[in-house]
Design a protein around this ligand. Structure first.
Ligand code: PEP
Length: 230
């Protein structure tokens, strides 16, 4: 199973190091799992253990005049070759268009990155029924090679992110089954995954892992979440 921790704008360089050290005290818990953590860009660091550290964002450039962004050169310094692309907070709050998201995908695919590619619908689309959800998700897959061998697709309904209200098992099952018809890539679910619901979610067919925000911020709790999945 894949467990990915998205810190968003939480943790510092020092606390990220402590976090990784805490995880490494319980290595046996995740020796058969794939573990990723995505700290803020200022906390990126080389990690020579089995835990992969990735970036929450990067710009599709080697280096250049893109104020506030990091490019390939800055990621290379820390041997970072894993990236989240298309997170709803970047799409919605920072205005990343599908065109930009697809350009980022193409660039980092060409550089052989592992990519967690996020898709997910807003509440008003969900309220119109699943056909509308599927239609919406397909627009978020435009320009994306879903057969790229290093893509993982994370289904994260926007209304479930950070709200404490996860999608239901039926909703996740149905969307993941539909996605499975499109790709053999690992499929993650994200959106209020926590200690209470992880067992059920991880057992759903075609859920190959989870992308976790709030419930990943405390290393001990994240370890507990992993242990509950076994
Ligand atoms: C996320 O933003 O990717 C996420 C899944 O957040 P949370 O777990 O807090 O809902």
């Amino acid at each position: 199973m894949i467990f990915a921790a998205n810190f968003k704008t939480n943790h510092t360089r020092a606390s990220t190091k402590e976090y990784v050290d805490t995880l490494l005290t319980k290595k046996s818990l995740f020796q058969n799992e794939r573990l990723y953590i995505f700290p803020p860009l200022s906390a990126l660091q080389k990690c020579e253990s089995d835990i992969k550290i990735g970036a929450q964002n990067a710009y599709m450039i080697q280096s250049g005049a893109f104020t506030g962004e990091v490019g390939l050169e800055q990621l290379d310094e820390f041997d970072i070759n894993t990236l989240i692309i298309g997170h709803s907070e970047r799409r919605e709050l920072l205005g990343e268009s599908q065109t930009m998201v697809a350009q980022k995908f193409q660039f980092f695919k060409e550089h052989n990155f592992e990519i967690i590619y996020c898709i997910g619908e807003p509440l008003e689309v969900r309220e119109n029924g699943e056909d509308h959800v599927l239609e919406y998700l397909s627009t978020q897959l435009e320009g994306i090679d879903t057969n790229y061998d290093k893509i993982m697709i994370a289904y994260e309904p926007i209304w479930a992110i950070g709200t404490g209200k996860s999608a239901t098992i039926a909703e996740i099952t149905s969307i993941h089954n539909a996605l499975r018809k499109l790709t053999q890539a690992p499929l993650l679910y994200g959106g209020s995954v926590n200690l209470e619901n992880i067992r059920e979610i991880i057992q759903i067919d075609n859920v190959n892992g989870v992308l976790v925000g709030s419930a990943s911020l405390d290393a001990k709790k994240f370890l507990e979440l992993i242990s509950l999945s076994r």
